[in-house]
Design a protein around this ligand. Sequence first.
Ligand code: NAD
Length: 263
Amino acid sequence: MPQLGFGVWQVPDDEAAKAVATALEAGYRSIDTAAIYENERGTGKAVAASGIAREELFVTTKLWNSEQGHDATLRAFDASLERLGLDYVDLYLIHWPVPAKDAYVDSYRAFEKILADGRAKAIGVSNFLPEHLRRLTDETSVVPAVNQIELHPQLAQAESRALHAELGVATEAWSPLGQGRGLLDVPALVAIARKHERTPAQVVLRWHLQLGNVVIPKSVTPSRIRENIEVFDFELDAEDIAAIAALDEGRRLGPDPAHFNMA
Ligand code: NAD
């Protein structure tokens, strides 16, 4: 999977078609959507119109909480494929564990069937805490390819990253830029950006890449879409990495998966 992709959360369907088209033109080959984002159609339209061969693209979508359960998952997956206009997705994720529902193991068994049928090339999870991931790997047979979790310099997620390394699960960072709120003005990041003649956003994305995280920054602004992929031609040194590590406050911007049970 490409280590850097394009996220489309909170982008309305028609705008998603435009933003994804811009991202594909800029060189992104991986797109992260979800049923709940209500922009699978726009994403699919941009993919179809791009003229890029399907096998060069990596499309991820996610199962929404209300559709968890074995049979409901199979139906939800069909509906996502139909909206995307695709025969398969590259990665299908359980969006949240929803502990109160206690259906993620059953949902994942449906994922294993979808994988066996070749309609998803890989399956994984999102927002799974270590306890959810351990239970899933104990009770099912396919190790999730990915756990997509909130991760940025202020929430570095050391425990999850260590468990992922132990289990062979890729760490994918959502809100990799901390949603652009405050993080990009932090003086330590601004100083590192100046030193490398880059922007703070590029420094944060480069930090993720050097840590081994998969990242899916979002923007609908063409110049920022391009800026966010221009991160493969410079390198942070050990001092930069240490300064960024010092920003970890364990602070979530999004919900705590232990208690997020929204249907
Ligand atoms: P992000 O960290 O990517 O931040 C996006 C925001 O940062 C933009 O809206 C913009 O305001 C700002 N920004 C982007 N590029 C910038 C730049 N170069 N300079 C300055 N500001 C810039 O936040 P996100 O959208 O929350 O996360 C990215 C993707 O992660 C989403 O689009 C979605 O695909 C995924 N995601 C998944 C979950 C999940 O539960 N699995 C939750 C949230 C997001």
